[in-house]
Every structure is written in C-alpha cells, then in structure tokens.
Design a protein around this ligand. Structure first.
Ligand code: GDP
Length: 140
C-alpha cells in the first residue's frame, strides 16, 4: 500500500556547496512537508550500515567514504504519493541522465556526488526514516 512519507538526505557535496537551503526550498515548493529533520555527519560505519543493500556493488567503499566525508541533512517528508513524486523531483541517479529542472540536474556533481537521496519504495522509506528518527509520529 502506498504511504505518504519518504526519506531524504542532502548529501555532503550539496551541503558543503551551501545548496541545502535552495534544495529544501524546491522540496517545499513541490508540496512536501518536512516532518522531521536534522543535520549530522555519518561515520564510515554508519554510512556502511545505511547502504548495506549495496555492499556487493563495486562503488560501495567509495560511496561509504563519500557519504561520511562531511555533514548531511536527513529528513522525513510527507505528501500524497511521496516516494514516487520525490523520485521525480530529484531525477535520475546520474545527473547526466536527469531531466531538466530536477534537483540532481541542477545541483549534482557526479553519479556518486548526486546531491540528494530519495527512498525507492514505501518499505525503504520507513526503514530509512527509522534509521535516523524515533517517535516521528509525535512530530508534525
Ligand atoms: P539512487 O536510488 O538514485 O540513489 O541510486 P542507487 O540506489 O542505485 O545508488 C545509491 C547511491 O550510490 C547513488 O545515489 C550514488 O550516490 C551512488 N552510486 C550509484 N551508482 C554509482 C556508480 O556507478 N558509481 C559510484 N561511484 N556511485 C554510484
């Protein structure tokens, strides 16, 4: 069943470039409500745990190093059809393939340093949100 929540991270490249505000503005203007949010920095071990599903992929070690290289913003977002609509708003994984006007097209530097994370399913949105936040039902 589709839920109305997704999970996002503003990744280290976008955070360090000072693009967090502009990205959050695009997210809010697209109709997403922020119901939980924090700035933090992952350790390599925590990044490894978050991306464990990718551990067999050749870029896993690089991805964990990159995702722990600087601060990020983690947030839970609410909107009808949140997961699908947010994937549309961020665009393809590789910014070279991302549609015009998408967050990754505008802000991503590379396929790895691609500005934002967006959950790919309702199930993962719940798992990823719970990875960072507890008691979110009390917020928003
Ligand atoms: P997403 O769902 O669009 O974020 O893409 P994936 O789940 O396939 O990959 C997770 C993250 O790994 C991406 O957002 C990128 O940061 C990184 N990534 C994906 N593919 C590659 C790749 O081919 N090379 C490198 N270096 N990083 C990648």
């Amino acid at each position: 069943m589709a839920t109305n929540r997704t999970f996002t991270m503003i990744k280290p490249d976008a955070f360090s470039a000072g693009n967090s505000g502009a990205i959050l503005k695009m997210i809010e203007e697209a109709g997403f409500k922020i119901i939980a949010m924090k700035a933090t920095q992952l350790t390599p071990a925590t990044a490894g745990k978050f991306y464990e599903v990718h551990k067999e992929r050749p870029f896993y070690a690089d991805l964990c190093a990159y995702m722990s290289s600087g601060p990020i913003i983690a947030a839970i977002l609410e909107k009808e059809n949140a997961v699908e609509d947010f994937r549309k708003l961020i665009g393809a994984t590789n910014p070279a393939d991302a549609a015009e006007g998408t967050i990754r097209k505008i802000f991503a530097k590379s396929i790895e340093a691609n500005a934002v994370h967006g959950s790919d399913s309702d199930e993962n949105a719940a798992i990823e949100g719970n990875f960072y936040f507890s008691q979110i039902e009390r917020i928003g």
